[in-house]
Design a protein around this ligand. Structure first.
Ligand SMILES: Nc1ncnc2c1ncn2[C@@H]1O[C@H](COP(=O)(O)OP(=O)(O)OP(=O)(O)O)[C@@H](O)[C@H]1O
Ligand SMILES: [Mg+2]
Length: 158
């Protein structure tokens, strides 16, 4: 488990931009944490760094948005899913391919139904309204070769 603290929304976006530099095609990232924790803000920094020109907005009502950048960025929000069986309808097997990277807000809700390993990023409110404690956990083998790169991001952001 790696922990990073961000002290502003800009820092959370910067962290997203740094993580975008170590992403591989086909990667899956789960974004967890309460309403307003910073999941979409992170994705905005991440997408901008990958050259997405359209502004990234919350997909809470659309369930899934797709942005063209250096890679295709699939941005999902599964907050409204009520049954894990509904995960099938998301078509994750087709979505997660070697042209794209996929980020799922509230992804822990469907963790048991995912087709591959992932990086889980959990945002917790910090001591002040502008602070977030961010915990990163690698699940499965896909992200294992990036542990050192993520540690380096932590060092850079301290
Ligand atoms: N350090 C911080 N990191 C991220 N957001 C912060 C931080 N400090 C304050 N904020 C504010 O918290 C809010 C985060 O909103 P955001 O939409 O990113 O959350 P979310 O986790 O996607 O919420 P939801 O579950 O509703 O989709 C923004 O209004 C942002 O300005
Ligand atoms: Mg959001």
């Amino acid at each position: 488990m790696i922990q990073i603290t961000t002290k502003s929304v800009e820092e959370t976006k910067e962290f997203g931009a740094e993580l975008a530099k170590v992403v591989n095609p086909g990667d899956l990232i789960l974004l967890c944490g309460d309403l307003g924790a910073g999941k979409t803000s992170f994705t905005q920094g991440f997408g901008l760094a990958l050259g997405a020109t359209c502004p990234i907005t919350s997909p809470t009502f659309t369930l899934a948005n797709c942005y063209e950048g250096d890679l295709v960025i699939n941005h999902l929000d599964v907050y409204r899913l009520t049954h894990i069986e509904e995960t099938r309808d998301l078509g994750l097997h087709e979505l997660i391919d070697d042209q794209s990277v996929t980020l799922i807000e509230w992804g822990d809700v469907i963790a048991g139904a995912l087709p591959c390993g992932y990086l889980e990023i959990r945002f917790n409110l910090g001591e002040t309204s502008e602070e977030r404690n961010v915990h990163l956990q690698i699940v499965g083998s896909e992200w294992e070769d990036r542990i050192e790169s993520i540690e380096a991001i932590k060092e850079k952001m301290c």
